[in-house]
Design a protein around this ligand. Structure first.
Ligand SMILES: C[S@@+](CC[C@H](N)C(=O)[O-])C[C@H]1O[C@@H](n2cnc3c(N)ncnc32)[C@H](O)[C@@H]1O
Length: 214
């Protein structure tokens, strides 16, 4: 089991896609060939729609990888909007920088180099929108840190909550058992968190969407 909807439905949705942007297609191709996980294109489109509707001034992303979702977010920000994106991998940061330069978004995207668990407690100014997409084992801690930094009525968007179908599966391959357990625990907390109005949506690999209610 590797996808959360059937391959027939995926093929159908892929057939409706009309992406022509060469940089977006190049990054998807690079990520696929080098097995770097990036946001599924359908989830990326949904993320862009939320950015367009909410019009956040300050966005925080946790997990930049090669800058795919960073670029997609930054392109939909209004003129004064900025994105801060935290990345711990020394291999990924130069790739993200190069893609951000190709997209001419150096003014809109600031990469913060380091571990989000160490960096976030030092961030002081609130964010309007936070995208959490880091190691699944750290999701619970990163959620609590995110909620400190998210303003009231701000939005948190979390990737991989249906985790290739494993969170709902009776049997899980050994390699995914630990991460699946972490996401299952995370999902219970996310859906019952007193500071959030939350949903888990079957888009991409499962998107958690929360609005901070207090
Ligand atoms: C799924 S990828 C991010 C994909 C990216 N958001 C996209 O859709 O284009 C996860 C990234 O998070 C980074 N990461 C994992 N744990 C982290 C942490 N604690 N702090 C900062 N980055 C982290 C990994 O190095 C990896 O590049």
């Amino acid at each position: 089991m590797e996808t959360i909807i059937s391959s027939e439905q995926l093929t159908y949705l892929d057939g409706l896609r009309n992406e022509t942007d060469p940089l977006i297609l190049e990054m998807e191709d690079y990520a696929g060939k080098h097995r770097i996980p990036i946001l599924d294109w359908k989830a990326a489109e949904f993320l862009e729609q939320l950015i367009m509707a909410q019009r956040p001034d300050r966005v925080l992303e946790i997990g930049t990888a090669i800058g795919y979702s960073s670029i997609r977010i930054a392109r939909k920000l209004r003129k004064r909007g900025i994105l801060h994106t935290i990345e711990v991998s020394k291999d990924n940061i130069p790739l993200a920088k190069s893609n951000i330069e190709k997209a001419h978004l150096e003014e809109k995207i600031k990469i913060i180099d380091g571990d989000a668990l160490e960096i976030m407690p030092g961030l002081k100014k609130k964010y309007d929108f936070i995208f959490l997409d880091a190691d699944k084992e750290d999701y619970e801690k990163l959620l609590e840190m995110s909620l400190v930094l998210l303003r009231k009525r701000g939005v948190i968007f979390v990737d991989n909550l249906l985790w290739k179908g494993f969170t709902a599966a009776k049997t899980v391959p050994k390699k995914f058992q630990n991460s699946t357990e972490h996401i299952r625990e995370f999902n219970k907390k996310f859906m019952s968190h007193p500071e959030l109005k939350s949903s888990i949506l079957p888009i991409g690999d499962g998107i958690g969407l929360g609005v901070k209610v207090k």
